[in-house]
Design a protein. Structure first.
Length: 131
């Protein structure tokens, strides 16, 4: 049940008479921005500080990783040239050794090795030594 008359609903409370709204009350006064600003609690301040510290730490770690990786990459590029040079020298030496193996695998090559390094002579030959 709804009451439409305040005096019936609340007989012991005396209400003042209503006054008409003036022009001055109608005009809104400008609201200061500080009235809208929310106050942060100590916990929120510490939370924001922790989050910002974690973000700064992450950015620093990313930068450090990028710098270290670029330094390592430059070292690898510079060492690649020396490895390539060594590889080419090894290929040349390998080719020379393969040629020697091919030469000394033949009967004439084996005979040359025996004469020069083992001081051997063939059949019907006399060894001659000079002093």
């Amino acid at each position: 049940m709804a009451y439409t008359n305040r005096q019936i609903a609340y007989p012991e409370v005396a209400y003042p008479e209503l006054q008409p709204v003036t022009e001055r009350q109608v005009k809104r006064q400008p609201v200061r921005k500080s009235q809208y600003k929310k106050r942060t609690t100590r916990f929120e301040y510490l939370l924001y500080l922790t989050i910002n510290a974690a973000l700064v730490f992450g950015v620093v770690q990313c930068a450090r990783t990028l710098i270290t990786a670029s330094f390592n990459l430059s070292q690898l590029v510079s060492s690649q040239a020396s490895v390539q040079t060594f590889f080419n020298q090894t290929k040349v030496e390998n080719k020379v050794l393969n040629d020697k193996i091919r030469v000394y695998s033949s009967p004439s090559g084996i005979e040359e090795l025996a004469r020069n390094y083992l001081n051997m002579v063939g059949e019907n030959e006399l060894p001659v030594r000079f002093q």
